[in-house]
Ligand binder design. Structure first.
Ligand SMILES: C=C(O[C@@H]1C=C(C(=O)O)C=C[C@H]1O)C(=O)O
Length: 623
Protein backbone atom coordinates (compact mmCIF):
# COMPACT_ATOMS: atom_id res chain seq x y z
CA UNK A 1 0.00 0.00 0.00
CA UNK A 2 1.35 3.44 -0.83
CA UNK A 3 1.02 6.48 1.46
CA UNK A 4 -2.15 7.72 -0.22
CA UNK A 5 -3.87 4.35 0.16
CA UNK A 6 -2.91 4.13 3.81
CA UNK A 7 -4.16 7.65 4.45
CA UNK A 8 -7.42 6.89 2.68
CA UNK A 9 -7.89 3.94 5.00
CA UNK A 10 -7.22 6.09 8.04
CA UNK A 11 -9.72 8.69 6.83
CA UNK A 12 -12.34 5.99 6.36
CA UNK A 13 -11.71 4.61 9.86
CA UNK A 14 -11.97 8.09 11.37
CA UNK A 15 -15.34 8.56 9.67
CA UNK A 16 -16.49 5.25 11.09
CA UNK A 17 -15.31 6.32 14.54
CA UNK A 18 -17.31 9.54 14.23
CA UNK A 19 -20.45 7.77 13.12
CA UNK A 20 -20.08 5.28 15.99
CA UNK A 21 -19.64 8.13 18.46
CA UNK A 22 -22.80 9.78 17.15
CA UNK A 23 -24.70 6.49 17.50
CA UNK A 24 -23.40 6.13 21.04
CA UNK A 25 -24.60 9.63 21.88
CA UNK A 26 -28.09 8.88 20.53
CA UNK A 27 -28.27 5.78 22.73
CA UNK A 28 -27.06 7.73 25.72
CA UNK A 29 -29.90 10.23 25.23
CA UNK A 30 -32.33 7.29 25.06
CA UNK A 31 -30.92 6.18 28.40
CA UNK A 32 -31.60 9.69 29.79
CA UNK A 33 -35.25 9.49 28.68
CA UNK A 34 -35.65 6.11 30.32
CA UNK A 35 -34.12 7.50 33.52
CA UNK A 36 -36.77 10.19 33.41
CA UNK A 37 -39.55 7.62 33.22
CA UNK A 38 -38.11 5.50 36.03
CA UNK A 39 -36.45 8.24 38.02
CA UNK A 40 -32.83 7.44 38.85
CA UNK A 41 -29.66 9.53 38.85
CA UNK A 42 -28.12 10.34 35.48
CA UNK A 43 -24.66 9.44 36.69
CA UNK A 44 -24.02 5.76 37.41
CA UNK A 45 -20.39 5.35 38.34
CA UNK A 46 -20.72 1.64 39.01
CA UNK A 47 -21.77 1.09 35.42
CA UNK A 48 -18.96 3.36 34.21
CA UNK A 49 -16.41 1.47 36.26
CA UNK A 50 -17.58 -1.89 34.90
CA UNK A 51 -17.42 -0.48 31.35
CA UNK A 52 -13.92 0.90 31.84
CA UNK A 53 -12.57 -2.32 33.35
CA UNK A 54 -13.84 -4.30 30.36
CA UNK A 55 -12.60 -1.75 27.85
CA UNK A 56 -9.13 -1.62 29.38
CA UNK A 57 -8.91 -5.38 29.32
CA UNK A 58 -10.13 -5.65 25.70
CA UNK A 59 -7.86 -2.76 24.74
CA UNK A 60 -4.85 -4.56 26.16
CA UNK A 61 -5.59 -7.57 24.00
CA UNK A 62 -5.63 -5.25 20.99
CA UNK A 63 -2.31 -3.66 21.97
CA UNK A 64 -3.77 -0.40 23.34
CA UNK A 65 -2.46 0.74 26.68
CA UNK A 66 -4.73 1.27 29.69
CA UNK A 67 -4.00 4.96 30.03
CA UNK A 68 -4.93 5.69 26.41
CA UNK A 69 -8.17 3.72 26.63
CA UNK A 70 -9.29 5.31 29.91
CA UNK A 71 -8.44 8.81 28.70
CA UNK A 72 -10.53 8.45 25.56
CA UNK A 73 -13.47 6.92 27.37
CA UNK A 74 -13.39 9.50 30.17
CA UNK A 75 -13.91 12.13 27.48
CA UNK A 76 -16.69 10.16 25.79
CA UNK A 77 -18.48 9.49 29.08
CA UNK A 78 -18.13 13.11 30.18
CA UNK A 79 -19.83 14.24 26.99
CA UNK A 80 -22.49 11.59 27.41
CA UNK A 81 -23.27 12.63 31.00
CA UNK A 82 -23.33 16.35 30.14
CA UNK A 83 -25.60 15.74 27.14
CA UNK A 84 -27.98 13.69 29.27
CA UNK A 85 -28.04 16.45 31.88
CA UNK A 86 -28.67 19.11 29.24
CA UNK A 87 -31.56 17.09 27.83
CA UNK A 88 -33.18 16.76 31.25
CA UNK A 89 -32.68 20.45 31.95
CA UNK A 90 -34.27 21.39 28.63
CA UNK A 91 -37.32 19.26 29.39
CA UNK A 92 -37.65 20.81 32.84
CA UNK A 93 -37.05 24.42 31.76
CA UNK A 94 -38.60 24.83 28.33
CA UNK A 95 -37.11 27.84 26.56
CA UNK A 96 -39.09 30.54 24.81
CA UNK A 97 -38.96 29.64 21.18
CA UNK A 98 -36.71 32.36 19.84
CA UNK A 99 -34.78 31.87 16.60
CA UNK A 100 -31.42 32.81 18.20
CA UNK A 101 -29.69 32.97 21.58
CA UNK A 102 -28.21 36.28 22.70
CA UNK A 103 -25.34 36.60 25.13
CA UNK A 104 -23.38 39.45 26.72
CA UNK A 105 -19.71 39.08 27.67
CA UNK A 106 -16.57 41.12 28.24
CA UNK A 107 -14.39 42.04 25.29
CA UNK A 108 -14.50 41.47 21.57
CA UNK A 109 -14.38 38.49 19.27
CA UNK A 110 -11.78 36.02 20.53
CA UNK A 111 -11.67 37.09 24.19
CA UNK A 112 -11.59 34.32 26.78
CA UNK A 113 -15.11 35.34 27.84
CA UNK A 114 -16.23 35.04 24.22
CA UNK A 115 -14.81 31.53 23.98
CA UNK A 116 -16.53 30.59 27.26
CA UNK A 117 -19.85 32.00 25.96
CA UNK A 118 -19.58 30.00 22.76
CA UNK A 119 -18.70 26.82 24.61
CA UNK A 120 -21.56 27.15 27.09
CA UNK A 121 -24.24 28.07 24.58
CA UNK A 122 -23.22 25.56 21.91
CA UNK A 123 -25.52 23.08 23.71
CA UNK A 124 -28.59 24.96 22.42
CA UNK A 125 -27.54 24.51 18.81
CA UNK A 126 -29.08 27.84 17.85
CA UNK A 127 -27.46 30.86 16.14
CA UNK A 128 -25.70 33.13 18.63
CA UNK A 129 -26.10 36.90 18.87
CA UNK A 130 -23.08 38.33 20.66
CA UNK A 131 -23.09 41.54 22.72
CA UNK A 132 -19.56 42.81 23.30
CA UNK A 133 -19.41 44.69 26.60
CA UNK A 134 -16.77 47.01 27.94
CA UNK A 135 -17.38 46.37 31.63
CA UNK A 136 -18.95 43.82 33.95
CA UNK A 137 -21.54 46.46 34.86
CA UNK A 138 -22.53 46.69 31.21
CA UNK A 139 -23.02 42.92 31.04
CA UNK A 140 -25.45 43.06 33.97
CA UNK A 141 -27.33 45.97 32.38
CA UNK A 142 -27.56 44.28 28.99
CA UNK A 143 -29.16 41.18 30.52
CA UNK A 144 -31.33 43.08 33.01
CA UNK A 145 -32.80 45.23 30.23
CA UNK A 146 -33.60 42.16 28.16
CA UNK A 147 -31.21 43.02 25.30
CA UNK A 148 -29.41 39.72 25.95
CA UNK A 149 -30.82 36.49 27.41
CA UNK A 150 -27.57 35.41 29.04
CA UNK A 151 -24.52 37.05 30.56
CA UNK A 152 -21.18 35.31 31.04
CA UNK A 153 -18.99 36.49 33.92
CA UNK A 154 -15.60 35.27 35.12
CA UNK A 155 -15.74 34.68 38.86
CA UNK A 156 -12.41 33.17 39.84
CA UNK A 157 -9.08 32.24 38.30
CA UNK A 158 -6.66 29.57 39.55
CA UNK A 159 -3.70 31.94 39.49
CA UNK A 160 -5.20 35.33 40.31
CA UNK A 161 -8.08 34.26 42.64
CA UNK A 162 -11.55 35.77 43.06
CA UNK A 163 -12.73 38.48 40.68
CA UNK A 164 -14.04 40.94 43.25
CA UNK A 165 -15.86 43.32 40.91
CA UNK A 166 -18.18 40.55 39.82
CA UNK A 167 -18.95 39.56 43.43
CA UNK A 168 -19.77 43.18 44.26
CA UNK A 169 -22.12 43.54 41.29
CA UNK A 170 -23.86 40.27 42.23
CA UNK A 171 -24.95 41.89 45.52
CA UNK A 172 -27.26 44.28 43.72
CA UNK A 173 -28.51 42.41 40.70
CA UNK A 174 -31.94 40.94 40.05
CA UNK A 175 -30.41 38.31 37.79
CA UNK A 176 -30.04 34.65 38.71
CA UNK A 177 -27.15 32.29 38.21
CA UNK A 178 -28.30 29.57 35.81
CA UNK A 179 -25.04 27.82 34.99
CA UNK A 180 -21.30 27.58 35.45
CA UNK A 181 -18.36 26.44 33.38
CA UNK A 182 -14.62 26.19 33.73
CA UNK A 183 -12.42 27.25 30.88
CA UNK A 184 -8.69 26.49 30.61
CA UNK A 185 -6.69 29.65 29.95
CA UNK A 186 -3.93 28.74 27.53
CA UNK A 187 -1.88 31.71 26.37
CA UNK A 188 -0.12 31.41 23.00
CA UNK A 189 2.04 33.63 20.85
CA UNK A 190 -0.30 34.32 17.91
CA UNK A 191 0.92 35.41 14.49
CA UNK A 192 -0.66 36.29 11.17
CA UNK A 193 2.01 35.11 8.75
CA UNK A 194 4.73 32.54 8.36
CA UNK A 195 7.46 33.60 10.82
CA UNK A 196 9.86 32.53 13.58
CA UNK A 197 10.03 33.60 17.23
CA UNK A 198 13.37 35.37 16.65
CA UNK A 199 11.73 37.62 14.07
CA UNK A 200 9.08 38.98 16.47
CA UNK A 201 9.91 42.56 17.45
CA UNK A 202 6.54 43.93 18.65
CA UNK A 203 4.11 42.24 21.00
CA UNK A 204 0.49 43.39 21.33
CA UNK A 205 -1.14 42.25 24.55
CA UNK A 206 -3.48 42.99 27.42
CA UNK A 207 -1.58 43.55 30.68
CA UNK A 208 -2.95 40.44 32.43
CA UNK A 209 -1.73 37.76 29.98
CA UNK A 210 1.52 39.72 29.79
CA UNK A 211 2.03 39.29 33.54
CA UNK A 212 0.92 35.68 33.47
CA UNK A 213 3.55 34.86 30.82
CA UNK A 214 6.35 37.01 32.29
CA UNK A 215 8.83 34.14 32.59
CA UNK A 216 8.65 33.14 28.95
CA UNK A 217 8.59 36.73 27.69
CA UNK A 218 11.67 37.71 29.69
CA UNK A 219 13.63 35.31 27.49
CA UNK A 220 12.71 37.20 24.31
CA UNK A 221 15.25 39.95 23.76
CA UNK A 222 14.36 43.55 22.79
CA UNK A 223 10.65 43.09 22.58
CA UNK A 224 8.62 46.26 22.09
CA UNK A 225 5.43 45.67 24.11
CA UNK A 226 2.26 47.54 23.15
CA UNK A 227 -0.51 47.22 25.75
CA UNK A 228 -4.09 46.95 24.53
CA UNK A 229 -7.45 47.27 26.30
CA UNK A 230 -8.22 43.58 25.70
CA UNK A 231 -6.64 40.47 24.19
CA UNK A 232 -9.13 40.67 21.37
CA UNK A 233 -7.86 44.17 20.45
CA UNK A 234 -4.32 42.81 20.40
CA UNK A 235 -5.37 40.02 18.05
CA UNK A 236 -7.25 42.43 15.80
CA UNK A 237 -4.19 44.65 15.54
CA UNK A 238 -1.85 41.78 14.62
CA UNK A 239 -4.34 40.46 12.06
CA UNK A 240 -4.59 43.93 10.51
CA UNK A 241 -0.82 44.47 10.33
CA UNK A 242 -0.24 40.93 9.04
CA UNK A 243 3.56 41.22 9.32
CA UNK A 244 6.17 38.61 10.37
CA UNK A 245 7.58 40.85 13.13
CA UNK A 246 4.40 41.27 15.22
CA UNK A 247 2.57 38.88 17.54
CA UNK A 248 -0.29 38.92 20.06
CA UNK A 249 -0.90 36.99 23.28
CA UNK A 250 -4.18 35.07 23.47
CA UNK A 251 -5.90 31.72 23.14
CA UNK A 252 -5.45 29.59 20.04
CA UNK A 253 -9.24 29.36 19.51
CA UNK A 254 -9.67 33.09 19.97
CA UNK A 255 -6.82 33.79 17.55
CA UNK A 256 -8.39 31.51 14.96
CA UNK A 257 -11.41 33.83 14.85
CA UNK A 258 -9.02 36.54 13.62
CA UNK A 259 -7.18 34.26 11.24
CA UNK A 260 -4.14 34.01 13.55
CA UNK A 261 -2.19 30.84 14.28
CA UNK A 262 -0.25 29.90 17.44
CA UNK A 263 3.52 30.06 17.00
CA UNK A 264 4.33 28.96 20.57
CA UNK A 265 1.79 27.47 23.03
CA UNK A 266 1.59 26.98 26.79
CA UNK A 267 3.31 30.26 27.75
CA UNK A 268 1.76 30.88 31.18
CA UNK A 269 4.09 30.79 34.20
CA UNK A 270 1.56 28.61 35.95
CA UNK A 271 0.63 25.61 33.88
CA UNK A 272 -2.78 24.91 35.43
CA UNK A 273 -4.44 28.20 34.56
CA UNK A 274 -8.24 28.03 34.59
CA UNK A 275 -11.10 30.46 34.96
CA UNK A 276 -14.54 29.61 36.34
CA UNK A 277 -17.40 31.51 34.72
CA UNK A 278 -20.99 31.89 35.87
CA UNK A 279 -23.92 32.29 33.53
CA UNK A 280 -26.65 34.74 34.55
CA UNK A 281 -30.19 35.21 33.20
CA UNK A 282 -33.36 37.04 34.18
CA UNK A 283 -35.31 33.92 35.16
CA UNK A 284 -33.99 31.35 37.64
CA UNK A 285 -34.01 27.74 36.50
CA UNK A 286 -34.84 24.49 38.23
CA UNK A 287 -32.38 21.63 38.31
CA UNK A 288 -33.63 18.10 37.82
CA UNK A 289 -33.28 15.94 40.92
CA UNK A 290 -31.31 13.35 39.01
CA UNK A 291 -28.33 15.56 38.31
CA UNK A 292 -25.79 17.06 40.71
CA UNK A 293 -26.72 20.66 41.44
CA UNK A 294 -25.01 23.64 42.98
CA UNK A 295 -26.72 26.48 44.80
CA UNK A 296 -25.14 29.91 45.32
CA UNK A 297 -26.45 32.28 47.95
CA UNK A 298 -25.29 35.42 49.72
CA UNK A 299 -25.80 36.25 53.38
CA UNK A 300 -24.65 38.67 56.04
CA UNK A 301 -24.58 37.51 59.60
CA UNK A 302 -23.95 40.51 61.81
CA UNK A 303 -20.78 40.84 63.81
CA UNK A 304 -21.57 39.03 67.06
CA UNK A 305 -18.93 36.44 67.87
CA UNK A 306 -19.44 33.03 66.31
CA UNK A 307 -22.17 34.25 63.94
CA UNK A 308 -20.55 32.85 60.82
CA UNK A 309 -19.68 29.57 62.52
CA UNK A 310 -23.29 29.21 63.62
CA UNK A 311 -24.49 29.77 60.06
CA UNK A 312 -22.05 27.22 58.67
CA UNK A 313 -23.11 24.70 61.31
CA UNK A 314 -26.65 24.88 59.93
CA UNK A 315 -25.27 23.62 56.61
CA UNK A 316 -23.29 20.90 58.28
CA UNK A 317 -26.25 19.76 60.37
CA UNK A 318 -28.23 19.22 57.18
CA UNK A 319 -25.38 17.32 55.55
CA UNK A 320 -24.83 20.06 52.96
CA UNK A 321 -21.31 20.40 51.54
CA UNK A 322 -20.00 23.92 51.06
CA UNK A 323 -17.78 24.21 47.98
CA UNK A 324 -16.85 27.87 48.28
CA UNK A 325 -16.96 30.71 50.80
CA UNK A 326 -15.96 34.22 49.83
CA UNK A 327 -16.43 37.44 51.74
CA UNK A 328 -16.76 41.03 50.48
CA UNK A 329 -17.27 44.26 52.38
CA UNK A 330 -20.80 45.67 52.30
CA UNK A 331 -20.53 49.03 50.62
CA UNK A 332 -21.77 51.76 52.96
CA UNK A 333 -21.57 49.57 56.11
CA UNK A 334 -17.93 49.72 57.18
CA UNK A 335 -16.52 46.43 58.54
CA UNK A 336 -19.59 44.44 57.66
CA UNK A 337 -19.17 41.52 55.34
CA UNK A 338 -21.37 39.84 52.77
CA UNK A 339 -20.60 36.13 52.44
CA UNK A 340 -20.89 34.35 49.11
CA UNK A 341 -21.56 30.68 49.61
CA UNK A 342 -21.67 27.84 47.06
CA UNK A 343 -23.04 24.50 48.18
CA UNK A 344 -23.28 21.17 46.40
CA UNK A 345 -27.05 20.85 46.76
CA UNK A 346 -30.31 21.44 44.94
CA UNK A 347 -32.20 24.48 46.25
CA UNK A 348 -35.42 22.47 46.06
CA UNK A 349 -34.21 19.57 48.19
CA UNK A 350 -35.76 19.11 51.63
CA UNK A 351 -32.43 19.64 53.34
CA UNK A 352 -31.72 22.90 51.54
CA UNK A 353 -35.22 24.22 52.18
CA UNK A 354 -34.92 23.63 55.92
CA UNK A 355 -31.35 24.93 56.04
CA UNK A 356 -32.35 28.16 54.27
CA UNK A 357 -35.27 28.61 56.65
CA UNK A 358 -33.00 28.19 59.68
CA UNK A 359 -30.43 30.51 58.16
CA UNK A 360 -33.17 33.08 57.58
CA UNK A 361 -33.69 33.20 61.34
CA UNK A 362 -30.08 33.87 62.24
CA UNK A 363 -28.88 36.13 59.39
CA UNK A 364 -29.53 39.78 58.60
CA UNK A 365 -29.72 39.22 54.90
CA UNK A 366 -29.97 36.07 52.82
CA UNK A 367 -30.74 35.56 49.16
CA UNK A 368 -30.43 32.61 46.80
CA UNK A 369 -28.55 33.71 43.69
CA UNK A 370 -29.42 30.60 41.74
CA UNK A 371 -29.41 26.84 41.50
CA UNK A 372 -27.76 25.29 38.47
CA UNK A 373 -26.29 21.99 37.24
CA UNK A 374 -22.79 21.36 38.49
CA UNK A 375 -20.49 21.41 35.48
CA UNK A 376 -17.97 19.01 36.90
CA UNK A 377 -18.07 15.40 35.78
CA UNK A 378 -15.27 13.88 37.78
CA UNK A 379 -13.85 10.93 35.88
CA UNK A 380 -14.57 7.46 37.27
CA UNK A 381 -11.35 5.83 38.38
CA UNK A 382 -10.68 2.15 38.12
CA UNK A 383 -9.37 0.95 41.49
CA UNK A 384 -5.92 -0.59 41.19
CA UNK A 385 -7.21 -3.94 42.40
CA UNK A 386 -9.54 -4.16 39.37
CA UNK A 387 -6.99 -2.73 36.98
CA UNK A 388 -4.51 -5.38 37.96
CA UNK A 389 -7.11 -8.07 37.36
CA UNK A 390 -7.29 -6.98 33.77
CA UNK A 391 -3.56 -7.49 33.43
CA UNK A 392 -2.35 -10.79 32.09
CA UNK A 393 -0.30 -12.23 34.99
CA UNK A 394 3.40 -12.30 34.31
CA UNK A 395 5.12 -15.61 34.71
CA UNK A 396 8.05 -15.85 37.12
CA UNK A 397 7.89 -12.27 38.27
CA UNK A 398 11.14 -11.75 40.22
CA UNK A 399 11.02 -11.03 43.95
CA UNK A 400 12.32 -7.51 43.70
CA UNK A 401 12.96 -6.78 47.37
CA UNK A 402 15.08 -9.90 47.83
CA UNK A 403 18.85 -10.25 48.05
CA UNK A 404 18.63 -12.73 45.16
CA UNK A 405 17.31 -9.99 42.94
CA UNK A 406 19.88 -7.48 44.14
CA UNK A 407 22.78 -8.37 46.43
CA UNK A 408 24.00 -4.87 47.34
CA UNK A 409 22.15 -2.60 49.74
CA UNK A 410 19.93 -0.11 48.02
CA UNK A 411 20.94 3.49 48.55
CA UNK A 412 18.05 5.87 48.82
CA UNK A 413 18.77 9.47 47.91
CA UNK A 414 16.81 11.75 50.23
CA UNK A 415 17.34 15.30 49.04
CA UNK A 416 21.06 15.90 49.47
CA UNK A 417 21.49 12.95 51.88
CA UNK A 418 21.99 9.23 51.28
CA UNK A 419 20.29 6.49 53.26
CA UNK A 420 22.09 3.14 53.14
CA UNK A 421 25.57 4.59 52.74
CA UNK A 422 28.31 4.47 55.38
CA UNK A 423 26.85 7.09 57.69
CA UNK A 424 23.45 6.60 59.35
CA UNK A 425 20.74 9.12 58.48
CA UNK A 426 18.96 11.02 61.24
CA UNK A 427 15.27 11.91 60.94
CA UNK A 428 13.74 14.37 63.36
CA UNK A 429 10.00 13.94 63.73
CA UNK A 430 7.81 16.79 64.89
CA UNK A 431 4.70 15.28 66.35
CA UNK A 432 2.28 18.08 65.66
CA UNK A 433 2.19 21.14 63.46
CA UNK A 434 4.36 23.72 65.27
CA UNK A 435 2.90 26.83 63.62
CA UNK A 436 5.20 29.80 63.93
CA UNK A 437 7.77 27.70 65.83
CA UNK A 438 8.62 25.75 62.69
CA UNK A 439 11.68 27.74 61.71
CA UNK A 440 13.04 27.76 65.26
CA UNK A 441 12.67 23.97 65.55
CA UNK A 442 14.24 23.39 62.14
CA UNK A 443 17.20 25.52 63.12
CA UNK A 444 17.63 23.52 66.34
CA UNK A 445 17.33 20.19 64.48
CA UNK A 446 20.01 21.27 62.04
CA UNK A 447 22.29 22.36 64.88
CA UNK A 448 21.83 19.07 66.71
CA UNK A 449 22.89 17.11 63.62
CA UNK A 450 19.50 16.08 62.17
CA UNK A 451 19.17 15.71 58.40
CA UNK A 452 15.53 15.02 57.69
CA UNK A 453 12.63 17.07 59.00
CA UNK A 454 9.53 14.86 59.25
CA UNK A 455 6.19 16.50 59.76
CA UNK A 456 2.60 15.50 58.91
CA UNK A 457 1.11 18.16 56.69
CA UNK A 458 -2.19 16.48 55.85
CA UNK A 459 -3.26 14.85 59.12
CA UNK A 460 -6.61 16.18 60.44
CA UNK A 461 -6.72 19.17 58.11
CA UNK A 462 -8.48 19.94 54.82
CA UNK A 463 -6.64 19.76 51.51
CA UNK A 464 -6.08 23.47 51.19
CA UNK A 465 -4.47 23.85 54.60
CA UNK A 466 -2.52 20.65 53.93
CA UNK A 467 -1.06 22.13 50.75
CA UNK A 468 -0.24 25.32 52.55
CA UNK A 469 1.63 23.37 55.23
CA UNK A 470 3.41 21.39 52.57
CA UNK A 471 4.77 24.58 51.08
CA UNK A 472 5.86 25.86 54.47
CA UNK A 473 7.61 22.58 55.21
CA UNK A 474 9.37 22.71 51.86
CA UNK A 475 10.47 26.32 52.35
CA UNK A 476 11.71 25.76 55.89
CA UNK A 477 13.61 22.58 55.05
CA UNK A 478 15.26 24.35 52.13
CA UNK A 479 16.21 27.32 54.30
CA UNK A 480 18.02 25.12 56.83
CA UNK A 481 19.41 22.66 54.30
CA UNK A 482 17.34 19.78 55.65
CA UNK A 483 15.47 17.17 53.65
CA UNK A 484 11.69 17.15 54.18
CA UNK A 485 9.40 14.18 54.75
CA UNK A 486 5.63 13.95 55.13
CA UNK A 487 3.04 11.18 55.57
CA UNK A 488 0.71 10.46 52.65
CA UNK A 489 -2.57 8.58 53.01
CA UNK A 490 -4.15 8.84 49.58
CA UNK A 491 -3.14 9.09 45.94
CA UNK A 492 -3.83 12.80 45.65
CA UNK A 493 -1.54 13.52 48.60
CA UNK A 494 1.17 11.49 46.87
CA UNK A 495 0.98 13.71 43.80
CA UNK A 496 0.99 16.91 45.84
CA UNK A 497 3.69 15.84 48.28
CA UNK A 498 5.92 14.59 45.46
CA UNK A 499 6.09 18.15 44.17
CA UNK A 500 7.31 19.60 47.46
CA UNK A 501 9.06 17.14 49.75
CA UNK A 502 12.03 14.78 49.44
CA UNK A 503 10.61 11.69 51.10
CA UNK A 504 7.09 10.27 51.46
CA UNK A 505 6.06 8.23 54.49
CA UNK A 506 3.55 5.40 54.03
CA UNK A 507 2.28 4.16 57.35
CA UNK A 508 1.43 0.52 58.04
CA UNK A 509 -2.24 1.16 57.20
CA UNK A 510 -1.26 2.06 53.65
CA UNK A 511 -0.91 -1.62 52.81
CA UNK A 512 -4.68 -1.97 52.43
CA UNK A 513 -4.96 0.98 50.04
CA UNK A 514 -4.16 -0.19 46.52
CA UNK A 515 -4.66 3.16 44.92
CA UNK A 516 -2.26 4.80 47.36
CA UNK A 517 0.40 2.13 46.88
CA UNK A 518 0.16 2.31 43.12
CA UNK A 519 0.44 6.10 43.12
CA UNK A 520 3.45 5.92 45.44
CA UNK A 521 5.01 3.18 43.30
CA UNK A 522 4.64 5.33 40.23
CA UNK A 523 5.98 8.55 41.72
CA UNK A 524 9.62 9.49 41.49
CA UNK A 525 10.21 10.49 45.13
CA UNK A 526 11.76 8.07 47.64
CA UNK A 527 9.37 6.26 49.98
CA UNK A 528 9.58 5.08 53.58
CA UNK A 529 7.20 2.20 54.27
CA UNK A 530 6.30 1.53 57.89
CA UNK A 531 6.45 -2.19 58.67
CA UNK A 532 3.16 -3.83 59.60
CA UNK A 533 2.92 -6.01 62.68
CA UNK A 534 3.78 -8.88 60.38
CA UNK A 535 6.92 -7.77 58.44
CA UNK A 536 6.32 -10.52 55.91
CA UNK A 537 3.16 -8.72 54.85
CA UNK A 538 5.11 -5.50 54.36
CA UNK A 539 7.56 -7.24 52.06
CA UNK A 540 4.63 -8.14 49.79
CA UNK A 541 3.62 -4.47 49.83
CA UNK A 542 7.22 -3.54 49.00
CA UNK A 543 7.12 -5.94 46.06
CA UNK A 544 3.94 -4.27 44.78
CA UNK A 545 5.56 -0.83 45.03
CA UNK A 546 8.82 -1.89 43.36
CA UNK A 547 6.88 -3.47 40.49
CA UNK A 548 5.29 -0.11 39.72
CA UNK A 549 8.70 1.40 39.06
CA UNK A 550 9.80 3.25 42.19
CA UNK A 551 12.97 1.57 43.46
CA UNK A 552 13.79 4.22 46.08
CA UNK A 553 12.14 2.43 48.99
CA UNK A 554 13.19 2.01 52.62
CA UNK A 555 11.46 0.21 55.52
CA UNK A 556 10.62 1.75 58.87
CA UNK A 557 10.48 -0.29 62.06
CA UNK A 558 8.36 1.67 64.51
CA UNK A 559 7.56 -1.19 66.89
CA UNK A 560 11.10 -1.85 68.13
CA UNK A 561 11.39 -5.29 66.58
CA UNK A 562 13.87 -7.58 68.35
CA UNK A 563 17.41 -7.42 67.01
CA UNK A 564 17.05 -10.96 65.66
CA UNK A 565 14.07 -9.96 63.49
CA UNK A 566 15.94 -6.94 62.15
CA UNK A 567 18.95 -9.10 61.29
CA UNK A 568 16.71 -11.57 59.53
CA UNK A 569 15.04 -8.80 57.58
CA UNK A 570 18.32 -7.32 56.45
CA UNK A 571 19.52 -10.73 55.35
CA UNK A 572 16.43 -11.10 53.17
CA UNK A 573 16.13 -7.66 51.63
CA UNK A 574 18.44 -5.07 50.14
CA UNK A 575 16.03 -2.28 51.13
CA UNK A 576 17.54 -0.04 53.83
CA UNK A 577 16.05 -0.15 57.32
CA UNK A 578 15.16 2.80 59.51
CA UNK A 579 14.37 2.41 63.23
CA UNK A 580 12.09 4.70 65.14
CA UNK A 581 13.76 5.15 68.53
CA UNK A 582 12.32 6.29 71.78
CA UNK A 583 13.92 6.36 75.18
CA UNK A 584 15.98 8.65 77.33
CA UNK A 585 19.20 10.39 76.60
CA UNK A 586 21.37 7.73 78.25
CA UNK A 587 20.01 4.58 76.60
CA UNK A 588 19.34 6.05 73.16
CA UNK A 589 22.91 6.50 71.97
CA UNK A 590 23.86 2.94 72.96
CA UNK A 591 20.75 1.52 71.30
CA UNK A 592 21.55 3.52 68.18
CA UNK A 593 25.10 2.17 68.04
CA UNK A 594 23.94 -1.42 68.43
CA UNK A 595 21.28 -1.15 65.76
CA UNK A 596 23.66 0.55 63.36
CA UNK A 597 26.07 -2.32 63.84
CA UNK A 598 23.20 -4.70 63.03
CA UNK A 599 22.64 -3.00 59.68
CA UNK A 600 20.07 -0.31 60.45
CA UNK A 601 20.87 2.68 58.23
CA UNK A 602 18.65 5.41 59.63
CA UNK A 603 17.03 6.55 62.84
CA UNK A 604 13.89 8.47 63.44
CA UNK A 605 13.31 10.23 66.69
CA UNK A 606 10.63 12.53 68.07
CA UNK A 607 11.87 16.03 68.72
CA UNK A 608 10.26 18.64 70.96
CA UNK A 609 11.44 22.13 71.74
CA UNK A 610 12.84 21.01 75.09
CA UNK A 611 14.64 17.69 74.47
CA UNK A 612 18.14 17.42 73.01
CA UNK A 613 18.15 13.61 72.56
CA UNK A 614 18.80 14.05 68.87
CA UNK A 615 22.07 15.77 69.64
CA UNK A 616 23.20 12.97 71.97
CA UNK A 617 22.29 10.33 69.42
CA UNK A 618 24.12 12.23 66.69
CA UNK A 619 27.23 12.64 68.83
CA UNK A 620 27.35 8.94 69.57
CA UNK A 621 26.66 7.82 65.98
CA UNK A 622 29.02 10.26 64.27
CA UNK A 623 31.79 9.85 66.79
C1 LIG B 1 -25.42 6.07 29.48
C2 LIG B 1 -25.61 6.03 30.80
O1 LIG B 1 -25.49 7.15 31.64
C3 LIG B 1 -24.25 7.64 32.12
C4 LIG B 1 -23.26 7.59 31.04
C5 LIG B 1 -22.57 6.43 30.79
C6 LIG B 1 -21.88 6.22 29.48
O2 LIG B 1 -21.83 7.14 28.69
O3 LIG B 1 -21.42 5.09 29.22
C7 LIG B 1 -22.54 5.43 31.79
C8 LIG B 1 -23.17 5.59 32.98
C9 LIG B 1 -23.86 6.82 33.34
O4 LIG B 1 -23.02 7.58 34.19
C10 LIG B 1 -26.01 4.77 31.50
O5 LIG B 1 -26.44 4.85 32.64
O6 LIG B 1 -25.88 3.73 30.88
Amino acid sequence: MNLDDIRNNITRLDQELLSLLAQRKTLSLDVARSKLENPRPIRDQEREQALLVDLVSQGRQLGLDAHFVTRIFHTIIEDSVLSQQALLQDLLNPRDSVPAISVAFLGLKGSYSNMAARKYLSRFQAPLIEHNCESFQQIFETVESGQAQYGILPIENTSSGAINDVFDLMQHTRLSIVGELTQPIEHCLLVATDTRVEQIKTLYTHSQPYQQCSQYLSRLADLDVKFCAASSNAMEQVARLSRPDVAALGSADGGALHGLVPLVEGLANQKQNMTRFIVVARKPIEVAEQIPAKTSFIMSTGQQSGALVEALLVLRNHGITMTRLESRPIIGNPWEEMFYVDVAANANSGDMQSAMKELGNITRFIKVMGCYPSAEVSPTRIPARLLNKTQTPKQNEPVRYSRHYKADNTRVQVGPFTLGGDEPLLIAELESWPGSQLDELARSIKEQGGQVLALDCFTDVGTELGLDRLQQLHATAERFDLAAMTRVTNAEQVHKAAEQVDWLLLDAKASSNDELLSAAGRCTRPLLLELAEEPEHSLKVAQHILQQGNQQLALLDSQALPLSSLLELSSRTHLPLVSRLSGDATTLPRLGDALHAAGVSGFSIAVTDSNRTLEQLAQSLYR
